[in-house]
Design a protein around this ligand. Sequence first.
Ligand code: PLP
Length: 625
Amino acid sequence: EELYGIKNWGNGYFSVSDSGEVLVNPYKDNGSAAVSLMDIISGVRERGLDMPVLLRFENLLDSQISFLNNSFNDAMKKLNYKGAYRGVYPIKVNQQQQVVEEVTRFGQRYHHGLEVGSKAELVAALSVMKDKEACLICNGYKDEEFIDLGLYAVKMGFKCFFVIEIPGELEIVMERSKALGIKPNIGIRIKLSAKAGGHWTESGGDRSIFGLNMSQVIAMVDELKEKNMLDSLRLLHYHLGSQIPNIRDIRSAVLEAARVYAELVKEGAPMGYLDLGGGLAVDYDGSNTNYTCSRNYTVEEYCTDIVEAVMTTLDSSEVDHPIIVTESGRTTVAYYSVLLFNVLDVEKFEEHHDIPDKLDENTSEQIRNLYDVNRNITLKNIQECYNDALYYRDEIRDMFKHGRLSLRERAFSEKIFWNTINQIAKEKKKLKNAPPDLEDIESAIADIYYCNFSVFQSIPDSWAIDQLFPIMPLHRLLELPKRNAVIADITCDCDGKIDHFIDLHDVRNTLPLHEMKNGDDYYLGVFLVGAYQETLGDLHNLFGDTNVVSVRINSDGTYDLVKEIHGDSVSDVLSYVEFDPKDMLVSFREKAEQAIHDGLISASERPEIMRAYDNGLRGYTYYER
Ligand code: PLP
């Protein structure tokens, strides 16, 4: 349990049972509601669904929305804030229809709205939104069609805001509102000087691509005044970036934005809404630090700091407290989904390559040198031995290429090499400060666990930006895991692997896993993947969407499968890249016919062969049992 840090990142939702299985429990205080993920896997298997499966827990979404709204409401009550909180969910973070629908359903009691960044997202939002008290924030580049639709939404009673992202947009909004005779709610996105640390820092700061600088803000106010439309300016928006790990950055941005807000009120704009964008981070590694995969604050502290900063700034300018809007995506949906998959095979690192006590007399000089390195490793010279081992290994490879060593000799030298690396890694463990060159040595001698999923499809941020997610076995957690592993997916791409794992104090290069028992299934879970991963995933090697199963956990510890979405079949993914499965069948049949003609197969074998092809087309893109 401690090995995987589940207590730190599980947020009270995930834990380990007395029998060593991972439990999920949305009702944190009610222990008897917990359900084992292994039970859910059995249920899913019995219904005929194969791994990998993306599990969604609808109660976790409900809990997170409540938690965010309650935290803001509590902070406002405690500090005697006179405005209110209205959260919006940015559709881009997970656009799946089911997710957007559930967010609106669970959010209704808090008037939790939606944020859209494109025409398509606006069209989607308007199909699910019902609550006229909730905000509908339109960010992103907007054309006439987009603006017309937003204006009609205003006419229909929705609190729809156009956030002006670049100066030129204002003119189209004014023009269309005049043409349709509908008064718009205008927001203005600003570039703050404040910039935050983390992966997405470019969203904030003076050089961020979206938003208006202060002279553009003033020009816009003047233009609105000139056109007699300043009374449409209702909202100020900024977005500092996603996953802001340091509360100080959040605080200084709010203070700056609240000053701009106060100035806009002084200019005569009615305002009323201050939208702080996203950025509320998720503590993926559970370290509660300002490391990029964590955050050095709690949600409660985030809310209190924001409310306090807005109040202090506005009270001193005698400006009314606005409705505070945040566009928290990651925090709302990250916990909601867990990716489950099975291990297909393991390539074990051979720790005990048998090295002879003495070398044969006619062993080549380079292999002899490597052997000498192997025999002389001490704690003091590990860096030197490491360099020498690499040098001789490369020399031996070159000699093989030039035909001066046989395959047998090369194979023998590799045994010595890996035995050497293994010894060096063992010595390194005794050092407090290991040499930087040896930083990754553990992953070089780790086992490779081949797993039934695609990094590119299911956790693209792990590949693209080295985002860390908690990963752990879902069972056997009373046994000490004896193997150190890296994870390989089934894409056969050398980037299709995970070799960085969360750790409280650092990043780990290997993950402790259990030895595979003959023939028994071994399941792993990747947690906190509800935000961004599904949408960014791609079809690398034509591995498609995984099966998705939505679960509702009941307070008595039972669960219901509320929705099941079957993953892509082979023919689905092929049609995404413009193959036509019908034409493909015809073309393959012609090849089979030709093979009959050429005497390679008999006519009676053709149906069997065609069935194999057809089964291939219908199959799940992942490894099926
Ligand atoms: N709002 C805007 C404008 C964004 O671009 C994003 C994503 O980066 C978000 C909100 C969501 O941010 P987060 O997921 O950090 O809450």
